[in-house]
Every structure is written in structure tokens, then in C-alpha cells.
Design a binder for this molecule. Sequence first.
Ligand code: SAH
Length: 208
Amino acid sequence: MSTPAQRMVIEQLRPHGVTDERVLEAMTSVPREEFLAPRMRRHAYEDRALAIECGQTISQPLVVALMAQAAAPQPEDVALEVGTGSGYAAAVLSRLCRKVMTIEREPALAEHAAETLRRLGFDNVEVAVGDGSQGWPPEAPYNVILVAAAARAVPPALIEQLTDAGRMVIPVSVGPDQPQDLRVYLRRGAEVSYRSMFPVLFVPLRTG
Ligand code: SAH
């Protein structure tokens, strides 16, 4: 018998380009239903974004997996996530890195996510309340940064908080009424380059 998470990996993730075995293992082991309100739990393994509190969403599993894979997290890495939401993506990332710092601007979401993560034993994740477009200087620099809300321009503070050879995955708005461009930025010394992955629809990164 396979679990719903194992079926998600076989049916939704492998066929759509998720090949990194560590990412697939993380996606198998994190119970997505635990990050949802009880009435949403029966949808936990559908491949779509779902509503959480404060008018926000938990990202589609395929997008979480592809973002994690693109960031190529290593076991000793320190990661920053901007936009904790339910805490689900932070939990996935925590299985792939040594430490995850995650920032959420809505205090109610941050509190709820911190409680869920604590209850499930994800003890290498720390949740903070704040404007993640400023990054989180106390724990910087980060080998990996994942941004779960769409920026109008890449926040300079986030580039500054990447290590040399650090990777950042971020959806960038390219125009009104258009899907955002999901990008992977790579920092090498003072040089920063990016490649586009695919169009996405994230909630906006609200700054200030
Ligand atoms: N990663 C989440 C999905 C997050 S949805 C999950 O797995 O469930 C995006 C989140 O970004 C929302 O919760 C929103 O409140 C938050 N957000 C938007 N702008 C932000 C900012 N400037 N700093 C921190 N969080 C922000």
C-alpha cells in the first residue's frame, strides 16, 4: 500500500521534472495535511495551491518541489524562506538543509506555522515576523533563499544576504495581469545571474 504522499511523488512530481531523490524523499515525508485547516485536509494531495488563513495560500506541491530542487540545498546549508504561510515549504526545506529561517509578515500565520512546525518536530526551523523583503540579517548569509510571494523587483537585501555561490528562487512580476516569471538567481562573488524557470501565480510580496 502506498501513502497519499508517495502517490503524489509518483503521479505528480516525478513525471513533471522532479528528479532529485532528496527532494522527493522530503516531499514524501512531510505531511501536507497537517499544514491545512481541517476542512481543507481532504484536498491535501491534490496538485494545487489551497487557501489558508489571512487570504493567503499554501503553494502547489509541484511548485514547492521544483523550487527546492532548483535551489539545490545541501545538508550543511542554511536557508531563508520569505513567506512562511502555513509552514509547509519551510518544513520541506528543513529536511534538505541544516537550518531554515522563515519570515512571515502576518503575525497570525507566523504563530500558527510555528506551532505546527513545533508540534511535528521540525526543530531546525525558526519562524520570525517581519518584512522578508529585507531578508533576515541576524542569520545571514544564506546558501539558499526561497521566496514564496511575487516581487515587483528583486529585493537588493536578499541578493546581499546570499553566500558566494548562493542560490535564490523567486517569482518576479513582469507586468500587470501577467503570470510571474519564476527565476533562479546565482551569486558568484559580486556577479549575479539568473535563469527563468516557468510562469507562476503567487500572492504579491507586500513590502514595508
Ligand atoms: N510558503 C507558504 C506559502 C506562502 S504564500 C506555504 O508553504 O504555505 C505567501 C506568504 O507570503 C503569505 O503568507 C504572505 O502573508 C507572505 N508575505 C507577503 N509579503 C511578505 C513579506 N514582505 N515578508 C514576509 N512575508 C510576506
